[in-house]
Write a protein that binds this ligand. Structure first.
Ligand code: UDP
Ligand code: MG
Length: 318
């Protein structure tokens, strides 16, 4: 009897995809070709369809029918890229896992180099953006602000970092089993973990398919998640604002008492209006900052799952 041995998966590639129907086939085929060149048969590609409204998932199913190493997970709705990545990590079986975007902005040609670094002992290989020449001025600006804020306040280096990474199985297991938090910032958490890290440097390629899937609000949400999960510094700003108001208050009070002692009538209208507006806005900003942290705590204690799956193709139930 012929026993067909199932090749053990050495490499898993995870691709989060939201409305990527236009470019997903090209991306998967290109990645498959590169994987075949460096790990022969022992690979799998898991495309996580993050609630696409186009036929991204149907295209993954078709690809999977032709080649069973191409697998798909369809989330029940759009849960965001961070959760899509986590779904992929939960189901990946590889000894090493690479995460990369569906629009080929993370060049798959770097996969062999990442694998070499992994084989040389690195537990995490970060792909760092050498240039953002292809990004729009707005993308460059937002990325600069967010990354510098998080790096400066959170004490982890995410400058020019990307979600294009290779993670060893040990890291994937820690990521999926030992980090129970709901609010996740993949880029930051992988830096926070420590372990042996290595880096490759790449130029961001032109986006395949249509425009970026991030709206202004989703970027803002990501920035707030990143900040609140790595630093409590904004809360300290509230204290600083309080001290600033106190100092200003002393100044204004001294001036008012001095005028009173000298029997000089002061026209207080302007001063009162300025004080009211300043204190009012400081209080509102402070409430806003505290509110953001409370909202994050609320999300954590609700304990809802990171994502829900409505279907999958090629994924082994075991
Ligand atoms: N993406 C996702 N869910 C979302 C938004 C984006 O899975 O809600 C995927 C998207 O399909 C792509 C990757 O995340 O594979 C990066 O998205 P995009 O290229 O739009 O972002 P950018 O390159 O501007 O960071
Ligand atoms: Mg992109």
């Amino acid at each position: 009897m012929n026993v067909v041995m199932k090749p053990s998966t050495v490499m898993s590639v995870i691709i989060p995809a939201h409305n990527e129907s236009q470019g997903i086939e090209v991306a998967v085929k290109q990645i498959a070709e590169i994987l075949a060149g460096c790990v022969d048969n022992a690979w799998e590609i898991i495309v996580v369809d993050d609630g696409s409204s186009d036929d991204t998932y149907q295209k993954i199913c078709t690809l999977s029918q032709v080649d069973a190493r191409i697998k798909g997970i369809a989330l029940s709705r759009n849960f965001g890229k961070e959760n899509a990545l986590l779904a992929g990590l939960d189901y990946a079986t590889g000894a090493a896992v690479i995460t990369l975007d569906a629009d080929l902005q993370h060049p798959p040609s770097f996969i062999p180099e990442m694998l070499d670094k992994w084989r040389a002992g690195a537990k995490i290989v970060h792909a760092v953006k050498r240039s953002r020449a292809k990004d729009s001025a707005w993308q460059k600006f937002t990325a600069y602000c967010i990354n510098h804020l998080i790096s400066g306040l959170g004490g982890i280096n995410v400058k020019n970092s990307s979600d294009f990474k290779l993670l060893d199985r040990e890291i994937v297991d820690i990521f999926t089993h030992q980090l129970p938090e709901k609010q996740r910032f993949f880029r930051g958490l992988t830096s926070w973990l420590g372990f042996t890290e290595d880096y490759i440097y790449f130029d961001v390629a032109e986006r395949e398919g249509d425009e970026s899937k991030w709206s202004f609000w989703s970027l803002l949400e990501l920035a707030i998640t990143a900040l609140t999960s790595f630093t409590g510094f904004p809360l300290r700003i509230v204290t600083f604002l309080g001290i600033l108001t106190l100092i200003l208050g002393f100044g204004v009070a001294t001036d008012a008492l001095w005028s009173l002692a000298k029997n000089q009538a002061v026209s207080g209208y302007t001063t009162i209006i300025i004080c009211l507006l300043l204190i009012g806005s400081f209080v509102m900003i402070s409430l806003g900052i505290i509110g953001e942290y409370i909202a994050k705590i609320y999300d954590e204690v609700k304990g809802r799952p990171h994502y829900l799956i409505r279907g999958s193709v090629g994924i082994d139930d075991d």
